[in-house]
Design a protein around this ligand. Structure first.
Ligand code: G3H
Ligand code: 13P
Ligand code: ZN
Length: 320
């Protein structure tokens, strides 16, 4: 089965109250752990590649690994997505490389410039049958220092969302409602997402698939394990899983991005081997457990996203 587009996947997710896990990939063990979990649980999925991942692994290798994943997983619907494309040229290159979805992240630009750059990417991508994710608002986290008067300039402005989608032609929209990237998400120590803002966005652009970046939950057991085996993670905190589950089930969030939790799982398991078996130097003896740790954390996410056993329905829609 070839790579699929996000189109049917998101339609099913939107209507069915579930979200697709979008997992960042950088090497073979990460891809294998994700694929093993999703294959066992029959979950559709997105493998996303950042600019850094393209450079680190060399996209030629990642493409071949993803081809192998398609073969190994049987009939699983898999999307290959460009995460945080930062220019027209990068997005174009990704389309030319065979990605089936790209994100143009022009969220740092003024509103009209964000629309113009997104529109340019949309025109090229759509000509090649590739879907486009755009972003409106900045992933600042729910911080105390953001004044009420500044909130609409930082978080996604619901009133602007409709104009943005109509003018840019994007297929899905990443929104800023309090999440942020990395392992240290809420400087107040109090995890909080703005569900009212999310509801207002959904109301203004009904049917448009929404995306949450910075969605890792930074599981306390993985933080503890990292610390137990020598890591330093003071103040690490993520988005509580029940908040993500609510966003997926009730608010049109169709894609949930997860990178940090994979990094934590992988690093903790490697640290454990190094501490418990300092004599070990066979990479397979620590990368194997790391791959198992990725699989375990992905399985946990699939439950949270409510997307177990949704592969057949998505595949049916793709091939209809
Ligand atoms: O949102 C960013 C992702 O976590 C990718 O991170 O740019 O370090 O590959 P990266
Ligand atoms: P996390 O850092 O919360 O895993 O977010 C990843 C992400 O948004 C990738 O685009
Ligand atoms: Zn992101």
């Amino acid at each position: 089965m070839p790579l699929v587009s996000t189109k049917e996947m998101f339609r099913q997710a939107y209507d069915g109250g579930f979200a697709i896990g979008a997992f960042n990939v950088n090497n073979m063990e990460i891809i294998q752990g994700i694929i093993e979990a999703c294959t066992e649980d029959k979950a559709p999925l997105i493998l996303q590649i950042s600019k850094g991942a393209r450079q680190y692994a060399d996209i030629r290798y990642l493409r071949k690994l993803i081809e192998a994943a398609l073969e190994a997983s049987g009939d699983l619907p898999i999307v290959m997505h460009c995460d945080h494309g930062d220019s027209f040229e990068l997005c174009k290159q990704c389309v030319d490389d065979g990605y089936t979805s790209v994100m143009i992240d022009a969220s740092h630009l003024p509103f009209e410039e964000n629309i113009a750059l997104t529109r340019r990417v949309v025109e090229y991508a759509h000509d090649h049958g590739v879907a486009v994710e755009a972003e409106l608002g900045k992933l600042a986290g729910e911080e105390e220092h953001v004044k009420v008067s500044e909130r609409d300039a930082v978080y996604t402005n619901p009133a602007q969302a409709a104009e943005f989608v109509a003018k840019s032609g994007c297929d899905s929209l990443a929104v800023a409602i309090g999440t942020s990237h990395g392992a240290y998400k809420f400087s107040t120590g109090n995890p909080k997402l703005n569900f009212e803002r999310l509801a207002a966005i959904q109301e203004n652009i009904p049917g448009v698939p929404l995306v949450l970046h910075g969605a890792s939950s930074v599981p306390p057991d993985l933080v503890e394990m990292n610390v137990k085996y020598g890591g330093k993670m003071k103040g690490a905190q993520g988005v509580p899983e029940e908040m993500m589950a609510k966003a997926a089930r009730e608010y049109g969030i169709c894609k949930i991005n997860i990178d940090t939790d994979l990094r934590l799982a992988m690093t903790a398991s490697i640290r454990k081997v190094f501490v418990e078996k300092p004599e070990e130097f066979d990479p397979r003896k620590y990368l194997g457990p790391a791959r198992d740790a990725i699989k375990k954390v992905v399985k946990r996410k699939l439950v949270m996203l409510n997307c177990q056993n949704k592969a057949d329905a998505v595949m049916g829609a793709v091939t209809a």
